[in-house]
Ligand binder design. Structure first.
Ligand code: SAM
Length: 446
């Protein structure tokens, strides 16, 4: 039987009232397993599993499969994500109706990428997502998940929220899925219980307050702020939003809630594990009604170097939709309509990934990146080899399965028609180019 800090139990009595016993009992139940399918990489698996009512692509799984040993998981065909968190879809679709496209969306605290990949599934292709994570190791996991989702309308940055002060009034939507005291994760992550204290709650609320003030500044007039946490603490939820309304005069927007069990609170919606099938979660939607909009200087777009154009044509299905940008030794393909936004962001932020990373020029050679292999824009007639499950796992572990009939040069390794990464066939030998940090580390075989 798990024991909880007395001060947490005292607070829980306050926020759950006469539902306290049910709430505490629910924390000992196994958390439901849920995933969200990638609409750009559709697969037949999980088609009969139960739908999450508020998420078009969300599913509850009846059993927990080994995600590590599922090649389709590595191909980015789905993302493992708590069902409550997938409620982001409701306020986002609600505000999307009120926004002109193309628009600029910022996910300020984005790693590991659950909400960013969800937004990419819901946005229009012309819209741009800036997915930001300040912690370097977490930023690398974020990039991996973004790359696997395969979209081109995204830029990953690694900045402090205060850096966004250089872009006052720039974004049409800002999502702050804030670092929090994590009470909503108690049944999934036992360490969160040991780390919890009233001081942590206070520290988190102070930090959230600070992050939100930068989020407010970078939001354009008329733009929307979505605030969410995975805690039950009033101080980090409704009261935090109250401060924001008092301080900046933001307008609260009621999120449509037609679902039994989800609690409508003063400033947002609250999710409790004894009321719904998901973890603890809170979400609020606000609008900035006035302020100054960021002015983009009209820059002349320069011509494209021919040798870059050739690379775009070699790898991309519709190369004319993209503009090549060479940055820190890497060649990125940016959607044409995002060129000016990219310039502004690149002048002000630390960009770690943009659009599709095509690869690096090394001497005479061009080494394609995993980003183009897993992208939804890879040329459809690129050479590939289809692996069975055993071969795919061997490849994902860094091995080179025995294959025959592959054409020479760069070849896509696939599983059930979905790209996993690159192989290079040298004729006498085949090299595995699956990135080392992405490889399956477990010795187990399937
Ligand atoms: N949105 C993510 C998702 O859905 O997968 C989860 C985000 S998690 C709740 C909060 C993130 O904020 C963490 O990745 C953490 O590294 C980051 N973070 C921590 N301190 C921060 C700070 N001072 N400013 C901004 N982000 C911070």
């Amino acid at each position: 039987m798990t024991s909880y800090p007395q001060q947490f139990l005292d607070r829980a009595k306050e926020f759950t009232g006469n539902e306290f016993d049910k709430f505490i009992a629910s924390l000992s139940e196994p958390p439901p397993v849920s995933i969200r399918m990638n609409p750009f990489k559709s697969i037949g698996e999980f088609s009969t599993e139960e739908k999450i009512p508020w998420s078009k692509e969300g599913k509850y799984l009846s059993a927990r499969p080994s995600f590590t040993f599922d090649p389709l998981f590595h191909a980015g065909s789905y993302y493992v994500q708590d069902a409550s968190s997938q409620f982001l879809e409701e306020p986002f679709l609600q505000l999307k109706k009120l926004l002109d496209s193309p628009c600029k969306i910022l996910d300020l605290c984005a790693a590991p990428g659950g909400k960013s990949t969800h937004l990419l599934s819901l946005m229009n292709k012309e819209d741009l997502l800036v997915s930001n994570e300040v912690v370097p190791a977490r930023n690398s996991i974020l990039r991996q998940n973004i790359i696997k989702w395969g979209c081109a309308n995204v830029i990953v940055t690694q900045n402090e929220p205060s850096d966004f002060n250089r872009l006052k009034g720039f974004f049409d939507v800002v999502l702050v899925d804030a670092p929090c005291s994590g009470e909503g994760l108690f049944r999934k992550d036992k360490d969160a219980i040991d780390e919890w204290s009233p001081e942590i709650v206070y520290k988190c609320s102070t930090r959230q307050n600070e992050i939100l003030s930068y989020a407010y500044e970078t939001l354009a007039p008329g733009g929307f702020l979505i605030y969410s946490t995975c805690t039950f603490e009033e101080e980090e939820n409704d009261s935090q939003v109250n401060n924001l309304i008092q301080k900046f005069g933001l307008k609260k927007i009621d999120i449509e809630n037609s679902y039994e069990g989800i609690l409508t609170k003063l400033n947002g919606l609250a999710f409790f594990p004894h009321r719904i099938r998901g973890e603890g979660f809170y979400i609020s939607l606000l609008q900035k009604e006035s302020g100054e909009k960021y002015r983009i200087k009209n820059e002349k777009i320069t011509g494209v170097k021919n040798n870059y154009k050739v690379i775009l044509e070699e790898f991309l299905e519709n190369p004319n939709e993209f503009y090549p940008v060479f940055k820190e030794g890497r060649l990125f393909a940016i959607l044409n309509e995002h060129k000016q936004w990219f310039n502004v962001l690149s002048d002000n932020l630390y960009i770690r990934h943009a659009g599709i990373n095509l690869g690096e020029i090394k001497g005479e050679d061009f080494i394609p990146s995993e980003s183009v292999a897993l992208s939804n824009y890879l040329r459809k007639d690129f050479s590939y080899i289809d692996f069975n499950e055993k071969q795919a796992i061997e490849y994902l572990k860094g091995g080179t399965p025995e294959i025959t009939g592959a054409s020479k040069g760069w070849v896509i390794a696939r599983f059930q028609t979905h790209a996993l990464g690159w192989l290079k066939n040298l004729g006498n030998r085949i090299n595995n180019y699956y990135p080392k940090p992405w490889r399956i580390k477990s010795d187990k075989s399937i």
